[in-house]
Design a protein around this ligand. Structure first.
Ligand code: SF4
Length: 203
């Protein structure tokens, strides 16, 4: 059993926060780092809780299709969430739950050593940006931008965009989400990296 598998086992029996009481299955994450990229959402929903896999419901289908249009398979990227167990009634995870679960996400970053982490939505962006010493109050402040920093000794770029669930609720966001994913996954990053002289996507 490798370290990532061992961590997934730890997560499936974790009781560090109250969310363990409500889960059918914890959702550690899945995929690989062929592209050196992790994609991090907020929390599992009902479909994910049912089968223990991330992004398999309607928002997951949107993400999977967006990746496929870029010629990228789900196996090419590591997909996970900030918290690994479903909050009841799909409420947003509370700060205490996020703090309790952060140890797992940080360990995943340490093991997978991604060069880039795509944060989907405000909860994920805020949590990951905090790890690299940045603040995010609103998704509109950071969406489409990348921030460089170190997490668990790993040099990463945290790139923020909308959560696919937001694009489902508001289809006008879909094109922006897909454009961000294309930029973050396929290159041209200098244009998006905060601090780069070449950036043109930063207000
Ligand atoms: S959400 Fe995270 S910290 Fe809470 S029980 Fe699940 S794995 Fe553990």
């Amino acid at each position: 059993m490798d370290a990532l598998e061992g961590l997934a086992r730890e997560i499936t029996c974790c009781t560090r926060c109250q969310l363990h009481k409500f889960r059918k299955n914890a959702v550690p994450g899945e995929g690989g780092v062929k592209l050196g990229v992790m994609i991090v959402g907020e929390a599992p929903g009902a479909s994910e809780d049912e089968c223990g896999r991330p992004f398999v419901g309607s928002a997951g289908r949107l993400l999977t299709e967006a990746l496929a249009r870029l010629g990228i398979s789900r196996d090419d990227v590591y997909i996970t969430n900030v918290v690994k167990c479903r909050p009841p009634n799909n409420r947003a995870p509370e700060e205490g739950e996020i703090s309790a679960c952060l140890v797992h996400l940080v360990r995943q970053i340490e093991l997978l050593r991604p060069r880039r982490i795509i944060a989907l939505g405000l909860t994920s962006s805020r949590t990951l940006l905090r790890l690299v010493g940045r603040r995010a109050e609103r998704i509109s402040d950071v969406r489409g931008k990348c921030f460089r920093g170190r997490v668990a000794g790993v040099s990463v770029e945290v790139c923020a965009t909308y959560h696919p669930a937001a694009a489902l609720r508001n289809p006008s966001l879909r094109k922006t989400l897909e454009g961000d994913l294309a930029a973050f996954l396929l290159g041209g990053l200098d244009e998006y990296l905060v601090g780069s002289d070449n950036r043109r996507h930063i207000a």
